[in-house]
Design a protein around this ligand. Structure first.
Ligand SMILES: Cc1cc2nc3c(=O)[nH]c(=O)nc-3n(C[C@H](O)[C@H](O)[C@H](O)COP(=O)(O)OP(=O)(O)OC[C@H]3O[C@@H](n4cnc5c(N)ncnc54)[C@H](O)[C@@H]3O)c2cc1C
Length: 435
């Protein structure tokens, strides 16, 4: 039995939106030309593209939980084009960096068009982001980054502690490089907008977990209460691919936690010099991601871990919340101890070499996912592109995706969990001051 996603109820980005009623689960056996498993950014983008190109076909979209309530609602909301590092192994060399940048840029431009087309209100703000460090240890890394960006003529700006303090309302950081592409956004509002845009020929069944897939001339997908026989199958479950035995020696799930505060009072905002919205990513792999939102909340994500169950106990969640509070108070000591309103976890997916999954894994069955640190743009782009692939349509983006490396091999369990845990512990040791 595969591990099923179990979303906790703490996701702040979802909780500050109006509630959306779920569609009923699938209850009877069904046949379909098109079936998509997973209704996050990837699956939704696939469904929208298929539905618009095949207006006379029914497209079935199923999710184990509420649509878009997994990582797509739980992420930090950075739509990135340039990346300082991507989690665990950085792409090296100018050519490789440029390739990755071009793909991310294409993805960000594509998402901007989708947001405009479907009129999605997701607090889109092209305010740039700061790659920051609270010590001088990352000085060389940040200067190398500037050199790289300059070589590619990508706009950037260096900030010292005093300048940063004016921009962020804290003097916690010693230095930062600001880049200007991409956007900051409200991730749950984005995914909600994609759900709302689904046309009538998409049938969405929520709370319909897949328990088994039998691949064949027609694929038979077993769900809790019914089976679906599908001519074409697209699997868009990202971090849950390995639990469905898909690419389990190429892709690896990680569990992340984040917290969102209540809105800061005018007095608290004054402590931060009434600065406008900003986003900070750490110069260290394991350092904290921090946002100050347009509605004056602080968001922090400062934990990443290996988890066999892909969820946390109430007790462990409480411990992560304390870590978030410590991180917030290190930067903003005036904050009250009960400032955090929401704490949640989410599952993301990485590969050893930062590569993504975009493959026909059996005849007429495709898998997309594994976006490492940058899934908002890539998931929506890959979702669209896999639909074109399934429709046998060409697209100029196909070349960009094909040029990227394939995920490299990962060792079997339990060695894989041990290895990744060890690497995370080492990275955490070097990032203690950035958490
Ligand atoms: C805390 C956190 C912070 C992040 N921050 C950022 C960021 O700032 N910027 C960025 O670009 N990316 C970020 N990411 C990554 C980003 O959220 C993901 O890459 C992106 O959401 C992937 O979208 P997806 O649709 O492929 O997968 P998901 O959103 O994970 O959707 C997959 C869906 O499949 C469903 N599913 C799984 N198994 C089954 C099953 N057996 N049967 C049926 N349905 C199933 C799940 O319920 C889920 O809804 C972050 C992720 C996390 C967790």
């Amino acid at each position: 039995m595969p591990i099923q996603p179990q979303n906790d109820a703490g996701c702040g980005w979802l909780n500050i939106l109006d509630q959306r009623p779920h569609t009923p689960p699938l209850q009877k056996d069904t046949r379909s030309k098109w079936l998509i498993i997973g209704a996050g950014y990837s699956g939704l983008a696939t469904a929208l593209t298929l539905a618009e190109n095949q207006p006379n076909d029914e497209i079935i979209l199923i999710d184990a939980n509420g649509a878009g309530e997994g990582a797509s609602a739980r992420n930090s909301g950075y739509l990135v084009d340039t990346t300082l590092n991507d989690g665990h192994l950085s792409d090296t060399g100018l050519k490789s960096y440029l390739q990755k940048y071009e793909l991310n840029k294409k993805a960000a431009d594509n998402l901007k068009q989708m947001v405009a087309k479907y009129k999605i209100n997701c607090d889109w703000n092209e305010c740039g982001k700061f790659y920051s460090s609270s010590t001088f240890n990352n000085e060389k890394k940040l200067h190398n980054f500037i050199e790289l960006l300059d070589q590619l003529s990508l706009k950037n700006e260096f900030f010292n502690q005093a300048d940063l303090s004016k921009q962020l309302g804290t003097d916690f950081y010693k230095m930062a490089v600001k880049t200007f592409g991409g956007a900051m956004l409200q991730p749950a509002a984005l995914v909600r907008g994609l759900i709302d845009a689904l046309p009538k020929n998409v049938s969405l069944y929520e709370n319909t977990p897949v328990t088994k897939i039998k691949y064949g001339k027609k694929h038979v997908v077993h769900c809790n209460h019914a089976n679906i026989t599908a001519e074409n199958l697209i699997i868009a479950v990202n971090g849950f691919m390995p639990s469905l035995k898909i690419k389990n020696n190429r892709a690896f799930p990680l569990l992340l936690t984040a917290s969102l505060t209540r809105q800061l009072t005018p007095n608290e905002q004054k402590h931060m010099n009434n600065v406008p919205e900003w986003g900070v990513l750490s110069a260290n792999h394991m350092g904290a991601t921090l946002r100050y939102t347009s509605d004056n909340r602080l968001m922090i994500r400062n934990t990443v871990e290996v988890s066999s169950s892909l969820q946390l106990s109430t007790n462990d969640m409480q411990k992560r919340k304390s870590q978030h509070l410590t991180g917030l108070k290190a930067r903003f000591p005036f904050l009250a101890d009960d400032i955090i309103e929401h704490t949640w976890s989410g599952v993301t997916c990485i590969s050893a070499n930062n590569a993504n999954i975009f493959d026909e894994i059996y005849k007429n069955c495709w898998a997309v996912g594994c976006y490492n640190g940058g899934g908002i743009g890539l998931a929506t782009l890959f979702g669209q592109e896999i639909a074109y692939q399934a429709l046998n349509q060409t697209s100029p983006t196909k070349q960009l995706i094909a040029a990227r490396p394939k995920p490299s091999w990962l060792p079997p369990q339990p060695f894989l969990n041990w290895g990744v845990s060890l690497k995370l512990a080492k990275d955490k040791f070097y990032a203690t001051k950035e958490v």
